[in-house]
Each structure stands twice: as structure tokens, then as C-alpha cells.
Unconditional design. Structure first.
Length: 248
């Protein structure tokens, strides 16, 4: 199990399409609290699907038995994923579409972070966790895997290679926009954006450039922050895109 998990840490980056114009990068993927039922299956499914760097969000989760964010029983609606909701609102606004509950639901169910879509959803930290305060992987610590001793040691170990790799992916694939969400990790986002200094205050952080990509930092969608922040961001993305189209 150690080898499978360490391979996952160094290989898996998220979901969607690296050729997409819109990238969203979060702190880490959430999962249920059970080691046997929620955590371990994610690594086994990743292996069974070919150990992909980028997978299809819907298909991967279908294999996990999670379908509620894409399909719903008769007479019910698809459940909107809590973190994705604000990202989807930003995306709708950026594309000039109405920001409505139904459009959010349809975009999530039919396109978000899927193979061949116009979105890519990556994670700064690779291992899924039930919360940012917990670290279930302590049980894996041994002489050869000392970085599992604590969340801070794991984070320091994995980000030394992961931040440069994500930056390389941005420079190689040149998405138009990369939205980083989670301001508590502004230090690490700053390393990603070549030592950018993010202001300590302000809900919507001014953008930086990495190659041809505009990089944005906003609070985590589940933080106590107004929907207007994500709508404003969507409008900024749309304005930049329209300026670029007009200049061509």
C-alpha cells in the first residue's frame, strides 16, 4: 500500500483537460473519514484506471460509486457539490452565460472537469483528506516514509516537487486563466507564481502572469465569502478574454 500511495502522490494531479482554457487549483481533495471505505478505494480506483495524471472527474467518481453530482434518482435533482458551486458560477460568468442554479447544475453534471472539457481541476496537495485539520496518513509513517509523521512534514516533502511541476504544466499548456482558491495557502501559491507576494487583505486578489496565463487567487468557496467575489472574478476573466479576442 505504501508504494501505491507514494506513486499516487507523485503522479496524480487532478481531473479534466490540460488543454482547457480554464484551470482551477485547490488545496487538496476532500473525502469521507473512513480509511477503509473512503480513502483506500481512491488509490485502488486510480490504479485500475491506468494511473493517470489527469482523469475524468465523472468517470473516476462513478467507479468509486459516487454518482450524486452527475446523476440523480427519478424525481430528484443532481446535487451541486459545495466547493464546485462558486467555481461553476465563476465559469458561467466568464463564458457570458446566466448564473442560475439550473445552469450550475447542468454545467457540473455534463462538463466540469471532464476529459475533453474546457476546464481542468487540480490540487496543490495530492492526498485526499476529510479535513485540513486531520491527517489520516500518520499510520503509514515508518523509517522509509518519515514524511507521513505529520501534515506539516508531508506538505513540506510533497510541495518541494509538486509546486515546480504544476508551474511547468501551466507554462507548457498555457491555459488562459488559472484560479487558485484558498487564501490560507497564499505562501505556497506565491511560490507557484514565481515568488509573488499576495496582499494580506482583499477578497479578490489582483492577478499575476505565469507565461501566457493569468493567475488569480480567491478565498476557498466554502469560506465565509460572498458569491459576488466569484461573480466579479468571472467578469474579469470575461473582460480579459474579450480584450484578447478584439486584439487578434
Amino acid at each position: 500500500m505504501h508504494k501505491l500511495i507514494t506513486d499516487f502522490m507523485s503522479t496524480f494531479y487532478g481531473y479534466g483537460n490540460l488543454q482547457a482554457p480554464y484551470w482551477f487549483i485547490g488545496m487538496e481533495e476532500g473525502c469521507g473519514p473512513s480509511w477503509e471505505n473512503d480513502v483506500i478505494p481512491r488509490f485502488k480506483i486510480w490504479e485500475s484506471r491506468g494511473r493517470k495524471m489527469i482523469d475524468d472527474a465523472r468517470e473516476y467518481h462513478f467507479d468509486l460509486g459516487i454518482r450524486e453530482f452527475w446523476e440523480a434518482p427519478t424525481g430528484r435533482q443532481v446535487k451541486v457539490q459545495r466547493t464546485w458551486r462558486r467555481l461553476l458560477e465563476t465559469l458561467l460568468c466568464a463564458k457570458g452565460q446566466e448564473v442560475s442554479e439550473e445552469n450550475v447544475r447542468q454545467l457540473q453534471a455534463n462538463a466540469f472537469a471532464m476529459e475533453g472539457s474546457d476546464t481542468c481541476l487540480l490540487e496543490l496537495l495530492p492526498l485526499p483528506s476529510s479535513s485540513i485539520k486531520s491527517f489520516d496518513y500518520v499510520r503509514l509513517e515508518n523509517q522509509d516514509h518519515a514524511y507521513f509523521a505529520s501534515r506539516s512534514k508531508y506538505r513540506r516533502y510533497v510541495l518541494a516537487n509538486r509546486i515546480p511541476k504544476i508551474r511547468e504544466l501551466v507554462l507548457t499548456h498555457r491555459p488562459r486563466h488559472v484560479v487558485l482558491y484558498g487564501t490560507t495557502y497564499r505562501k505556497y501559491w506565491g511560490q507557484l507564481v514565481n515568488s509573488a507576494t499576495w496582499p494580506e487583505k482583499g477578497a479578490l486578489i489582483p492577478n499575476y502572469q505565469v507565461g501566457e496565463s493569468s493567475i488569480w487567487l480567491v478565498p476557498h468557496p466554502c469560506a465565509r465569502v460572498s458569491q459576488s467575489v466569484f461573480i466579479e472574478l468571472g467578469k474579469k476573466l470575461r473582460d480579459i478574454d474579450q480584450e484578447q479576442i478584439g486584439a487578434e
